[in-house]
Design a protein around this ligand. Structure first.
Ligand code: BEZ
Length: 217
């Protein structure tokens, strides 16, 4: 892998940060993160190839690949395992589960990427990355993150729901309430005008009101 000078100075990442760039080998050939801009990207780490929970995640992600594509979103996975381990695992998944994982899996043998993105604790001697997921918008900004432990798999419907929510709030300049599902109304940002606060129909209507678009449950 090329020396990633920009990335090595990063100290974990937060929502609102622009992702540092990196170049690495992957199962689809060399990848450069910045070449994935202009579309949404879900960049996620997994602890290790050939492990039970990770296998279920990759099978399910591959099965749902069209759903991510419909949302103009690419997937990119990363772990400390070598490229050849990734290849062998994908071959096993194809043969056993009859599904081809076609999104890139990056090798990060020195963990330079995993550490910079906060996928491993800096002081951790264990080389495995935890299940960190970054939702990155088309301008390269981290819009949401999740972190699951090694012994619990991610929910692929929840990943799709988060992507739907992020895209809907951008499109409508609105807010997604608890348990929001696609097709349901979003919330309007609260007014910043005192006259509107006093004029509002009831005591919550100035800050808790939906956009009127979509169907409530
Ligand atoms: C798993 O994917 O099953 C797994 C990976 C690392 C530690 C524990 C479980």
């Amino acid at each position: 892998m090329k020396e990633n000078t920009e990335i090595s100075s990063a100290r974990g990442l937060r929502i609102g940060d622009t992702t540092p760039d990196f170049e690495a080998r992957s199962t689809i050939g060399p990848v450069k993160l910045s070449n994935f801009r202009k579309r949404w990207l879900i960049l996620f780490s997994h602890p290790a190839d050939f492990t039970p929970v990770c296998t279920t995640e990759f099978v399910e992600l591959a099965r749902q690949a069209d759903e991510f594509e419909k949302r103009d979103c690419e997937l990119m996975a990363l772990s400390v395992d070598s490229l050849f381990s990734h290849f062998a695992w994908l071959r096993m998944i194809r043969d056993r589960f009859d599904i081809e994982v076609r999104f890139p899996i990056v090798e990060d043998p020195t963990l330079v990427i995993g550490r910079a993105f906060g996928m491993v604790a800096p002081q951790d001697s264990d080389s495995a990355t935890v299940r960190t997921t970054f939702f990155i918008d088309p301008s390269g900004v981290i819009r949401a993150m999740t972190c699951y432990p090694a012994n619990m798999g991610r929910s692929i419907p929840e990943m799709l729901r988060m992507l739907d929510a992020l895209q809907a709030i951008d499109a409508q300049d609105a807010l997604a309430p608890a348990n929001w599902q696609p097709g349901e109304p979003l919330l309007k940002p609260p007014t910043q005008n005192l006259d509107e606060v006093f004029k509002a129909g009831d005591e919550t209507a100035w800050f808790l009101r939906d956009t009127g678009k979509g169907k409530s449950k």
